[in-house]
Design a protein around this ligand. Sequence first.
Ligand code: SF4
Length: 366
Amino acid sequence: MNDPSIPTLADALLSWFDRTRRDLPWRQNRTPYRVWLAEIMLQQTQVQTAIPYYERFLSRFPTLADLAQADEQAVLKLWEGLGYYSRARNLLAAARQVMREDNGQLPCDFKALRALPGIGDYTAGAILSLACGQQAAAVDGNVVRVLARWSGTAWSAKSLQDRRQAADFVLTHMPAGRPGDFNEALMDLGATVCLPREPRCPACPLAGGCQAYCRNLTAALPLRDKSPDVPTERRLLLLIAAPGFWHVRQRPPRGLLAGLFTFDWLAPDQDPRAFRTWLQGQDNVLVQPLPSLTHRFSHLAWHVDALRLGLPRADLGELAAWLETDGPQPDGRWAGRQELQQLPFPAAVDQYRRQELDEPPKTASP
Ligand code: SF4
């Protein structure tokens, strides 16, 4: 039998949320478009990092119709530094689809939302509960953690089946009338109190009924899966510069960092040692080593070595034979300073462009 002195999950959570809710820009005027944009940005990005990006994005594209008309490059530029650029491309594709098929209104319907590019169960649940007022669960890793601990259940955030069970659990406890607040309260608790490593249980509004806290299981729940090792690719980046110009290359329209710009790469079928030997014989190329870096993507890591190659004029000459020729413009092209500032570069190699332009490093580089 339940202890009547312990408030229900919903009562405890919502009264805490009413006292402490964070004032975040996407919590004002919760339209489906604004909620959607926020949830997509927050998928791989910390709240504080996302705020300025969110505000810039909305001031440039205040409505879904504005976004649908945008040029992909302008959207990617606004996303620059946030990483996981497929999120931005999917936003644009989904906005265009909604304009074509739904009169420019994001549908308040689970199946229709899930049919849009980039919208999964979590984002659909967030839009439905926060902006449409529907009883829908929005379960991410934070929410699985809170609920696994509170209920003492051996769930793992990586298991689809466990996430579905957690979603059913949310719906069982969600109070009628406040679905969005209930989901946001769970998200906030996971982000600020029920932390992965050192949960702040004495300050938690759910401590009285929390199984993990009462049974000393907070370190064991949720179940943790080791993040898998990912293969590492070694790449040689070639920053080719001539007076007033830099040679840039757009990535292919599909695959890793699709559509973004980078400097050049040594072609995969070229031997880096043979290339360095060849360089030694080139009197007109000023070679300068740049710092190496390692950048980890979700499924792959790049170890990037880099050389700056200074040319007397904007002409690749024999150098062209060594370069990767993948992408919409196999020969790449020359960009002046202003264009180099405006092209969308991925975080993986943006530090080289910033050094070149004397720009300070970005704080957000997931
Ligand atoms: S009491 Fe501790 S473990 Fe339980 S929900 Fe609160 S912060 Fe998490």
